[in-house]
Design a protein. Sequence first.
Length: 371
Amino acid sequence: MFETTIAGSLPKPAWLAETQKLWPAWKVSGAELERAKRDATLLWLKEQEDAGLDIVTDGEQSRQHFVHGFLEFVEGIDFSRKVKMGIRNNRYEAMVPVVTGPLRLKGRVHQIEASFSRKHTQKRLKITLPGPMTIVDTIADEHYGDKVKLAMAFAELLNQEARALEKDGVDVIQFDEPAFNVYMDDVKRWGIDALDRAAQGLKCTTVVHICYGYGIQANIEWKKTLGSEWRQYQEIFPALAKSKIQQISLECIHSRVPVELLKLLKGKDVLVGVIDVASDKVETPREVADVIGRALQFVPKRHLFPCTNCGMAPMDRDIAVAKLKALVEGARLAEKKLRIENQGRTTISTRRTQKRGSTRTSSRAGRSRPR
Ligand code: ZN
């Protein structure tokens, strides 16, 4: 059976935050906000379970943004002074906080939502963290003056939180590194080292998610400039295959990534994106099963996990629910197809064996004939 999961984030309900935004403002505050975050987490755990997902997440309901949700808990960052910065190689502009001193965790980052989720689901639980390279690309720096030093400082903090999450009972820790598809040379020079540092000593399952970004307009426009074949993965996969990270989460459906690139990840689990988060059109189980079928040519079945292309945070809530169902139904259909194919193969090979068997019998009979 294929085990299904999602990249991580899910839409926030309208009573928690602004909808269909990447940096949504909270609708309530104080104790009411904490309660609303928990309620939303519970809602999405149930939706994921009802859809039939095997590895569930907290839907990132307790953080405003996948990077800044972590940074808010780090000392040495000035959030009162945000500056406009071009991020992902100037693909789009964001208001980012500034590193002004040595970095240190103020305390636990995701303990509340991780422990709460753990208490409310029997399924395997995944919690996501931003990767060091993506953090460095989403923050201004006035203190370290060196990207690699800054990344390693963040990697240490991420590791501290990841180890604590493992103790909270989290089964899977994922680092989100969309920047890996942008700065491919830096990935090989220091990005993977920083990632391995963040995951150091973890005994739970570790994942890195590398996509072509959320389904926002800036990313859709950027993808149009990438040509007929997207080969960013080709540059980084060989190095990534040597990293300590066990699973790689990728964008696949409706992308122009040549599927044969997946063979460069030999030995790793591959979370294949079979759900497009940049389109409101809900995939049919058949479409999902077709993508799984194509990936199976290059990834062994036991290493293949059907997943979403990216997080679903900026999507419509009902569409996201429908897409969760499509993901699981597609995976089940792919299994059915495999069973039928295998049965077909078994029948043919049984026939062959019987045929060979009968030949052997006759030759043995021939040998045993008195000379
Ligand atoms: Zn993503």
